[in-house]
Design a protein around this ligand. Structure first.
Ligand code: ADP
Ligand code: MG
Length: 639
């Protein structure tokens, strides 16, 4: 009963089922199995298997069944049926009565596997890393390229869950869903992903995953084909970067161009503005020009570049140029060549601190006419604001007449001084030679008289005679001093240094003022008589002032001769000069002494300063020497 039930069940199985007795006869076969042999079950039962299916002789099926029966061990194996072009899987269970056989058509599975194997075989040749996953997502295939790429050998990974072997990271988070979605709908996904090698190194992968449908119960398997694009990506990155850089450079360049453009635009705007300004400037200038035209002085306006932009009629008259010859020309054309360089420098300086002032204070200025002649000029400068910038307007006056007048006055005073010197020299000599001789004769006579007549004289007469003798010698002394002061006779013969020494010793005796004299070098070479006389007179006048005005008990004189100049200092420690005396050049309160000193110094081309020191007064005189022997320059002209 149990047996029959079992047989009924087995008969209805979709798998093939048959029982075979020890004589290889079918005792039972179901529909599915009979179908595998292209028979009906009824045709098989009671028949010998190998007679019924002679094609099976010598196949796996044949040997496996014999082995199972002889050895009484179950067997499981696959066989291919050429006529049916189908694969079967057989499980064989032996018993004392025979064999029970279960057979399943596995052609479909086989074909899948075959395909997989074929593909895998093909894929092992490709350079892409290829791996297959079974339906449980375990690694079922791993080609050589995969070994090389991931660093795992096939033996290491086969059978392991793919998540353990191929760890991954999505490049963009949304890729994960896109992959799953694509596999589900189309069974195929292609894209890029980051994989980790065995050693943990990240690589960029471009790959595809194909879903391979299997039997319903086993589920799908997958095939992945991957390529390392790390380098390509780096190259792409590099390219991208290069492109970015390029773009950046293009942007920069564009910005530069834009800037340049902008500059150009502002420049154009400025030029336009300048044009307007120029126009108004020209108008202003025209107005000013009309005013300037009427000015009594020659007027020249110069721009920052030193170009003449305006002249009046007086300029044409004074310089002999036509207006057109000057406008737009450098102003230095009106300056004598030897002053041009300096003039340009001063001109630039004036533009920096433009203010109304005379040009070249303290200097003698000259201007150059077209014909090459020069004239002394007085020039005053004033800045003139115009829309176009600052112009400098100079008023030029020919001062030839004034210079000539000055020169005449100087010449007169020079003659006066030398006449005075001459007069003194003459007087001094007369006193020294004639008067002093006469006085000696008188003294001699008085002495003779005294000797011869004294015994016969009464007391009053003798007294008068003695007093006369004393007086005579006193007058002789005074006469000597006077004549020395008028003109030291030794000055002509012995020279300045020696004369100063003897003058000072006489001065000290007379005045009780202690004078220190320093002469350097100790012995002067002889100077020209003009210089020696002048220096002596200045020392004399200064020391007289010290004695008469300062109240000082000491005074000092220092005379230094260098190659280029002689410097004289006379100082005292007295009450000093009043402020007004010190300050003013030609003060009304000053006597002729200091004025005379100044005039002498000026005649010789030198300079003199009178200063207060603390305490006392200092007079400093500098006389320039021109030739190398230190012989003073005779120069009545301007320096
Ligand atoms: N060394 C000095 N110390 C003080 N005052 C002086 C000295 N030298 C000149 N002065 C003042 O300067 C004035 C001008 O001197 P100066 O020209 O020599 O004329 P004068 O000697 O005939 O007065 C003097 O009157 C005096 O007041
Ligand atoms: Mg005096």
């Amino acid at each position: 009963m149990r047996d029959r039930l079992l047989k009924t069940v087995l008969r209805s199985l979709s798998d093939g089922f048959a029982v075979i007795d020890r004589e290889w006869r079918f005792t039972c076969a179901n529909q599915s199995l009979a179908k595998m042999a292209s028979k009906e079950p009824a045709e098989l039962v009671g028949k010998n298997v190998w007679e019924m299916l002679p094609q099976l002789a010598g196949t796996t099926f044949f040997t496996e069944l014999h082995r199972a029966l002889e050895q009484q061990t179950p067997s499981q194996f696959e066989s291919f049926s050429a006529p049916l072009n189908a694969w079967f899987e057989h499980r064989v269970y032996p018993s004392e009565d025979g064999l029970a056989i279960f057979s399943v058509d596995i052609t479909e599975r086989k074909q899948g596997e075959e395909l997989l194997r074929f593909q895998a075989n093909a894929l092992s040749q490709v350079t892409e890393a290829v791996f297959g996953l079974d339906s449980q997502h375990r690694v079922a295939y791993w080609n050589e390229a995969a070994e090389a790429l991931y660093g795992y050998s096939a033996a290491e990974v086969l059978g392991r869950p793919v998540e353990e072997v191929v760890r991954h990271r999505w490049i963009r988070p949304e890729d994960e869903a896109a992959c799953a979605d694509s596999l589900k709908t189309s069974g195929f996904w292609q894209g890029a992903v980051i994989h980790l090698k065995k050693a943990g190194e990240e690589i960029y992968i471009e790959g595809s995953v194909t879903r391979i449908e299997g039997a319903a119960e086993t589920g799908a398997s997958y095939l992945a084909i991957n390529r390392d694009i790390t380098q390509r990506r780096q190259a792409e990155n590099y390219l991208g970067q290069a492109r970015e850089e390029l773009e950046e450079r293009v942007l920069e360049r564009t910005a530069e161009l834009w800037e340049a453009n902008e500059e150009l635009r502002t420049e154009m705007a400025e030029r336009k503005r300048a044009e307007v300004v120029l126009q108004t400037t020209n108008e202003t200038l025209t107005k000013q020009a009309q005013l300037l035209e009427a000015a009594p002085d020659a007027m020249v306006a110069v721009n920052r570049e030193g170009k003449i932009v305006l002249v009046n009629a007086q300029v044409e008259k004074l310089f002999g140029y036509g207006r057109d010859e000057l406008l737009g020309q450098g102003v230095e054309r009106l300056v004598p060549t030897r002053f041009r360089g300096q003039h340009a420098v001063h001109r630039a300086g004036f533009f920096k601190h433009a203010q109304v002032r005379p040009m070249g204070a303290g200097l003698d200025l000259y201007a150059l006419r077209k014909d090459g002649t020069e004239f002394p000029a007085e020039i005053s400068l004033s800045p003139l604001e115009t829309g176009k910038g600052v112009l400098v307007c100079s008023a030029i006056r020919d001062i030839t007449e004034r210079k000539l007048a000055e020169q005449r006055v100087r010449e007169l005073s020079r003659r006066l001084l030398s006449a005075q010197d001459e007069e003194r020299r003459r007087l001094g000599r007369a006193l020294h030679e004639s008067t002093a001789q006469n006085l000696s004769a008188l003294s001699l006579n008085l002495a003779v008289l005294d000797q011869m007549a004294r015994p016969s004289l009464d007391d009053r007469a003798a007294q008068a005679l003695a007093e006369s003798l004393d007086l005579a010698s006193q007058v002789a002394r005074e006469l000597r001093t006077l004549s020395f002061l008028l003109h030291p006779p030794v000055l002509d013969e012995a020279g300045l240094a020696q004369v100063l020494r003897s003058y000072i010793s006489g001065f000290m005796q007379r005045t009780l003022v202690k004078v220190r004299l320093k002469v350097s070098p100790r012995e002067f070479e002889r100077l020209s008589p003009d210089f020696e006389t002048a220096i002596f007179r200045i020392v004399q006048e200064s020391l007289t002032n010290v004695h008469r005005h300062s109240g000082s008990k000491v005074a000092g004189i220092r005379l230094v001769k260098r190659s280029s100049a002689i410097t004289l200092h006379v100082w005292d420690e007295g009450k000093g000069l009043s402020q007004s005396q010190e300050r003013s050049d030609i003060p009304a309160s000053m006597g002729v002494g200091i004025l005379g000193m100044r005039e002498r110094v000026k005649q010789l081309g030198g300079s003199m300063e009178v200063r207060s020191r603390n305490p006392g007064t200092l007079i400093e005189v500098v006389l320039p020497l021109e030739d190398e022997k230190g012989y003073p320059a005779h120069n009545d002209q301007n320096p």
